[in-house]
Ligand binder design. Structure first.
Ligand code: PDD
Length: 286
């Protein structure tokens, strides 16, 4: 399908992408005053939809916005979009901005109509090499703001961090704040130490990932010990395994960090075990 002809949802209508327009006075454009979600759809079925819609609610609440649509309305819109690429797995994106105000003023305007936007794209296929060899990551200073639990579109720090990783031949940057490893520039962080899975606890400094939560559920089912605890930057170097999780990249094994191998430089045993549980969970949905 030609992407220009793909249908998108914009403010109550399904229209071709090439016809979708927003005002340049939209606060999402001017200030990054907006919230988003990225939801995988496997075989046309939205993955962990209620978790994503709950996080959307939480993000909107945190920026003093009401959800402009009901859960049922979101479900209908997203399900309609997810039927577009038959047979292909997709990533469904939605965004809510504070809308258009008559003049550019930082303070929140009294009455605006939120801009509601959603579109879908075929899922980027995960290179089989990622599963055979793992990926390289680098550590970088976490230059983001304090409220990283809000899924805001104000992503300039994440863009710059990811770009630096790319330029240094790595797939992701692991962000360090006050000596602690927090998460990736667009993913959550897990390590394995002495047979135990560790991931940082939820809080203001990291996004409460939907994939992260699922992984902990799968670990519990598999009776693999896990804990939510801060991870010191130096624990990364001595970890048996490091993984990064996200809706678009699922569970990636990090085998090289800052140009040094993690353990034997191969994807680890527990990663393999959880990946196969994750794949089985996905298959149940189809
Ligand atoms: N990003 N942390 C950050 C900073 C993220 O941007 C993301 C996802 C995650 C993982 O969350 P989840 O498992 O719910 O996808 C963690 C999305 C995919 C993006 O920005 O495109």
């Amino acid at each position: 399908m030609n992407h220009g002809n793909a249908l998108v949802y914009l403010n109550g209508e399904f229209i071709p992408l090439s016809e979708a327009r927003i005002s340049i006075m939209d606060r999402g454009f001017l200030f990054g005053d907006s919230i988003y979600e990225v939801i995988p759809a496997y075989g046309g079925r939205l993955f962990r939809l209620q978790h994503h819609l709950q996080r959307l609610e939480n993000s909107l609440h945190a920026i003093q916005m009401e959800n402009p649509l009901s859960r049922a309305e979101w479900e209908n819109i997203l399900a309609t979009l997810a039927t577009q690429y038959q047979g292909e797995d997709q990533s469904v994106y939605l965004q809510v901005t504070r809308g258009v105000a008559p003049r550019r003023d930082h303070a929140i305007p009294e009455e605006t109509i939120p801009t509601r936007f959603a579109f879908t794209t075929p899922f980027p296929t995960i290179d089989p090499q990622v599963y055979e060899q793992g990926i390289a990551a680098i550590t970088l200073d976490d230059i983001r703001w304090r409220f990283c639990n809000i899924k805001a579109t104000t992503l300039l720090p994440n863009v710059l961090l990811r770009q630096e990783a790319k330029e240094r031949g790595a797939m992701e940057a692991i962000l360090i704040r006050d000596g602690l490893a927090i998460e990736g520039a667009a993913s959550n962080l897990f390590i394995v130490e002495d047979g135990q899975i560790i991931t940082p606890p939820k809080g203001e400094h990291l996004l409460p990932g939907v994939t992260r939560d699922l992984l902990l559920e799968l670990a519990a089912e598999a009776e693999i010990p896990y804990c939510e605890a801060p991870i010191r930057a130096d624990q990364l170097d001595s970890a048996d395994e490091i993984w990064l999780t996200s809706s678009t990249r699922e569970i990636m094994p990090v085998t090289h960090l800052d140009d040094r191998p993690i353990n034997n430089g191969r994807p680890g045993k527990l990663w393999r075990q959880l990946l196969s549980r994750f794949q089985a969970y996905k298959e149940e949905l189809r």
